[in-house]
Write a protein that binds this ligand. Structure first.
Ligand code: AHR
Length: 667
């Protein structure tokens, strides 16, 4: 403990005696609304290099030479030709390495990866390439190199590949790294006399999540699984819409053999010129099949979101969109997706799923139509989608959207339209400051309905709520820090208490590469060899792993504990976990003083010991985990005594200042 923390601790202790006890009545006698199994999920979007360069295990950038500048990411040397009549019709480009013309000269290629190629000591990397030797057998040398090293040799691992025959074939060699190096590069020399043609040059860690060849980066995928998410929304976000309609995410381009998935320009390449990445593309190697498979692996309901025929409304005028008589292909994309996910193996799209290795259906139940659309251009287009999906797949639940704002005229109009169209759920987005999440009087005056009472007043008869994108963005400090994560936890008591209407919630965005981000805060950060989970990650995980099965009423002076006047910055909610037969109580203290709390467990008798999990500050509200200190702030396990009092059991505790404490009590 440093001096500052000691001073804070003393001040807190001194103020304790002055604090009146806050008595919360938790009614364990009556189960409230069931908590949906979809609660507390994840939202994946390829922003911040979340797919290529992130979750997707591929280490080679522009592996198929299909970026707009076909050699971007590559350094070609010697005599290299670029051709476009390759073996994969949707990725036609390839290169030919020709004899350099002198025995002391060289021909080849070097790939820079995504901010370098991250390799780890002792691990193996699978190099694959499609190649042919059009003028007779030849050879290439494949190396992992450290270009800026002072060692005699730049390469630290090398393998030769004999290329035989004039037909395209796939070649594979394993490269075992003798070091951990986040910024290696891949170098390929032509070492035979004859030319060699190369296409789809790929390098993957052998050790991927579930050991799949076209797999995911293990540590990042495991972090997703460790949340125990109820739902997984993909593939975005704005990339569903595209800056232009033809660069929207098209799922049909993301399935089938990876070699033949066309590269797409990422919508986040040029959204912010002050965080510009000219090389931000989508290989679609992490495509819809892989997303469905990931959902299955981590036990989350898949929730794909598809284009409604609108290019990003922020970036375009009305003429950029598909017109009403041009919507059929977009509607077909939705219908065909259900067949791809759920259809029999003898249906067109079901067969493709089976051919890709998954004959069993993925059991998709939800579809989002449109990302963050608004107003009449959206409502009119949505209608024929809803009609077509209802007619063919009446069991599929349709998710519409209330647009980019969390309140206001357009938001209200969106909700009204979703009610008229009978959407099953409405996807709401809110990236808002601290005051909004706390629901301060000033924020209510400015925004309207915000804070932890937000959903208490919602219409119970309309569509359900999907809080599809949200995060607390600190005013003037739009990055991850402890304080905003704590306020997210406080706000989430509202999601929990209103389980009858709030059926899904996903924080956003999920991933960010420390060298390639466009948007923050984010839930999980990484470089090429390391990662850390933000405090917001732990907040989400604490909710997801303790969501229970039914809401329990929790009141203080007969009012919900939602940071209301006289509640001293406390927020709380409670659920019952039928499977574990436990009462779960979440208390968030957003005040700068510890708060004495009594949990009156109505309907419970006797004494026992509760387990606790506490997320608490480390001295500064701006603190956060980092790559160098990934576990600076993590939830800590503990216990608390439950006493037998006259009428019922009572748990007395001091909830530390600025903390989130969760109690589990056996019933
Ligand atoms: O999460 C980042 C972006 O925020 C999403 O792409 C979009 O839906 C929202 O505007």
């Amino acid at each position: 403990m440093n001096l500052k923390s000691v001073a804070i601790a003393l001040a807190l202790t001194a103020s304790l005696s002055a604090q009146a006890q806050h008595v919360m009545d938790v009614n364990t006698k009556k189960l409230g609304a069931p908590v949906q199994s979809t609660m507390y999920g994840l939202f994946f979007e390829d922003i911040n290099f979340a797919a290529d360069g992130g979750l997707y295990g591929e280490l080679v950038k522009n592996r198929s030479f299909e970026f707009n500048q076909p050699l971007m990411g590559w350094r070609a040397f010697g005599r290299v030709d670029l051709k476009d009549d390759g073996p994969f019709e949707r990725c036609p480009h390839y290169v030919v390495l020709n004899d350099p013309g002198h025995r002391e000269r060289r021909t080849g290629l070097q790939n820079e990866g995504f901010f370098g190629i991250g390799v780890e000591k002792g691990k193996e990397y699978r190099f694959t390439v499609w190649a042919k030797a059009p003028k007779g057998d030849s050879q290439i040398r494949v190396q992992l190199i450290q270009e800026n090293s002072m060692e005699e040799h730049q390469e630290f691992v090398q393998q030769k590949v004999d290329v035989k025959g004039t037909e395209w074939k796939k070649y594979e060699v394993m490269l075992k790294s003798d070091r951990t190096e986040p910024k290696a590069q891949l170098r390929i020399f032509l070492s035979g006399k004859n030319p060699v043609a190369l296409e789809h040059v790929s390098l993957f860690p052998k050790d991927t999540y579930k050991n799949r060849e076209n797999g995911l980066r293990r540590d990042l995928a495991q972090a997703l699984a460790d949340v125990h998410p109820g739902v997984f929304r993909f593939p975005g976000g704005c990339i569903v819409e595209g800056t232009t309609l033809d660069t929207r995410y098209q799922w049909k381009n993301s399935v089938g053999p990876v070699e033949n998935r066309p590269t797409n320009r990422n919508r986040w390449e040029d959204t912010f010129d002050y965080r510009y990445y000219s090389d931000y593309y989508q290989s679609y190697g992490l495509g819809f099949f892989e997303f469905f498979q990931l959902c299955e692996d981590i036990g989350a309901e898949p929730l794909p979101v598809l284009s409604v025929g609108l290019a990003c409304q922020f970036q375009n005028g009305l003429d950029a969109h598909a017109q009403m008589d041009e919507l059929q292909p977009f509607i077909d994309d939705c219908l065909d997706l259900v067949e791809f996910a759920n259809g029999p193996v003898d249906s067109k799209w079901g067969k493709l799923r089976a051919d890709m290795g998954h004959p069993e259906p993925f059991n998709m139940k939800y579809i989002g139509i449109g990302n963050e659309q608004w107003d009449d251009p959206y409502f009119t287009r949505l209608k024929p989608f809803v009609e077509a999906i209802r007619a063919k797949y009446p069991d599929i639940k349709i998710i519409g959207t209330s647009g980019p704002d969390s309140e206001g005229k357009m938001f209200d109009k969106g909700w009204e339209a979703m009610k008229v169209q009978k959407a099953d759920l409405v996807d709401e987005h809110f990236y808002r400051p601290e005051a909004w999440f706390l629901g301060t009087p000033e924020a209510k005056a400015k925004y309207g309905n915000c804070g932890a009472l937000r959903y208490d007043s919602y219409d119970r008869k309309g569509p359900k709520v999907f809080a599809g994108e949200y995060a607390c963005h600190g005013a003037g400090k739009k990055w991850n820090h402890y304080e905003t994560s704590l306020y997210e936890a406080a706000f989430m008591t509202s999601l929990e208490r209103n389980a009858d209407i709030v059926h899904m919630a996903t924080y956003a965005p999920l991933f960010a590469h420390v060298e390639g981000w466009q948007w923050r805060p984010d839930m999980i950060w990484y470089d090429n060899t390391r990662m850390f989970k933000s405090v917001s990650y732990y907040v989400q995980q604490m909710y997801a792993m303790n969501k229970g099965t039914h809401v329990l009423s929790l009141l203080m002076d007969k009012k919900p504990v939602a940071g209301q006047e006289g509640q001293d910055g406390l927020f709380a909610s409670s659920v019952f976990d039928k499977d574990a037969n436990e009462v779960v109580v979440k208390v968030i203290n957003t005040s700068k003083q510890a708060q004495p709390v009594a949990l009156n467990l109505l309907g419970m008798k006797g004494e026992s010991q509760a387990t606790t999990l506490t997320l608490s500050w480390s001295g500064s509200m701006d603190d956060e985990n980092t790559l160098d200190n990934p576990e600076k702030i993590t939830p800590k396990a503990g216990t608390a005594k439950v006493s037998a009092e006259k009428k019922n059991s009572v748990l007395n505790d001091q909830v530390p200042a600025m903390s989130f404490r969760l109690y589990r009590i056996k019933k």
